[in-house]
Design a protein around this ligand. Structure first.
Ligand code: ASP
Length: 325
């Protein structure tokens, strides 16, 4: 027993020494489980910038590890050395993947240290610029007339666009052909080029393209209309007749399970500073994101929120019959 205590004390002391200096000259890698240039990547790059100062000028690099709707990148972080130098920035997929995907290569509840929620982001339903319809009503008629021929992009099974697309198909009782990408950056490029018809994606990715008229926008997925000047005239899908339709994407920061508490505290403290950074807020809010300020920015609040989101989404996904293989 004595030996055990001695070992624990040594481990704590070693962790303490490391924690004091953390990150020191070490580079922090923030894994983004989607392609570069997309909305999750965008949050990560803005956040990496805002975290640099509160982490003593640390070098933070973003590493895109896309594939399988974020499962590949998340699993990589779950297996990384728990020393604070490998982090994961992921979205709502952390709470929908356990229901949507059959063999998840990590355990959301037990494989991570939760470092805090970063933001909430509405989604928009958009189409290729050549779409015949010009408003949601016309889009409904177009969908009805084109059953069996509609291509709907997504960022892989378990991604936010996948979830939104599945819920949209269930609500409109229409089957569309899913076209998976490694993120919605390549998906929106194909949408602009007319290779696919529809996409549901975060405003942080769609706003610039809506503004440039490179895509058409039909509705937002939140229960209330947005206030951003560019998007304020878009109806909610609820208003458009899809009762109870509501999806808001959130992003959170994670470290591998077992990262020393002194290091997770440093990271959470730095995150809370970053979330108040005026430049970070300006960039995020300009694209329709709402930077988190509530109890979810604390590790316990973040963990509770993800558990609540799993409990919320699981019956909705099951009721909609939107499992994916
Ligand atoms: N917005 C994407 C999704 O559908 C992911 C991304 O590329 O950030 O989950």
């Amino acid at each position: 027993m004595k030996k055990l205590f001695a070992f624990a004390a040594i481990t704590a002391a070693v962790a303490g020494v490391h924690a004091q200096d953390f990150p020191g000259s070490k580079t922090i890698t923030m894994v983004v489980p989607f392609a570069a240039g997309g909305p999750t990547d965008r949050v990560a790059r803005d956040l990496a910038e805002a975290l640099r100062k509160p982490l003593g000028g640390a070098t933070i690099v973003v590493d895109n590890v896309p594939g399988a709707g974020s499962s590949i990148g998340a699993a990589k972080v779950a297996r990384a050395t728990p020393d604070g130098t490998t982090l994961l920035l992921n979205h709502i997929g952390m709470s929908t993947i356990p229901t949507l995907v059959r063999n998840v290569p990590f355990k959301v509840e037990t494989d991570f240290e939760y470092l805090g929620i970063v933001n909430d982001v509405p989604m928009t339903l958009i189409s290729r610029p050549t779409m015949e319809a010009n408003n949601y009503k016309e889009l409904t008629a177009w969908i009805a007339a084109n059953k069996g021929k509609i291509n709907l992009g997504n960022a892989g099974v378990g991604s936010a666009s996948h979830l939104c697309g599945l819920l949209f198909q269930a609500a409109t009782k229409t089957e569309m052909t899913p076209v998976p990408y490694k993120g919605t950056a390549p998906a929106i490029t194909d949408l602009m080029g007319g290779q696919i018809d529809l996409l549901c994606d975060q405003t942080t990715n769609t706003s610039p393209q809506i503004e440039a008229k490179k895509v058409k926008a039909f509705a937002v997925t939140t229960s209330k209309r947005l206030t951003t000047p560019l998007l304020k005239d878009l109806p909610t899908l609820q208003e458009a007749g899809l009762k109870d339709f509501q999806v808001t994407i959130w992003h959170g920061l994670y470290a591998p399970k077992g990262t020393p508490p002194a290091i997770t505290k440093k990271l959470n403290d730095a995150l809370k500073v970053a979330l108040k950074d005026p430049e970070f807020i300006r960039k995020q809010e300009g694209l329709g994101a709402v930077v988190a300020t509530d109890g979810r920015i604390e590790p316990e609040g973040h963990k509770k929120f993800v558990a609540a989101e799993i409990a919320k989404w699981s019956p909705i996904i099951k009721a909609a019959g939107v499992y994916a293989d």
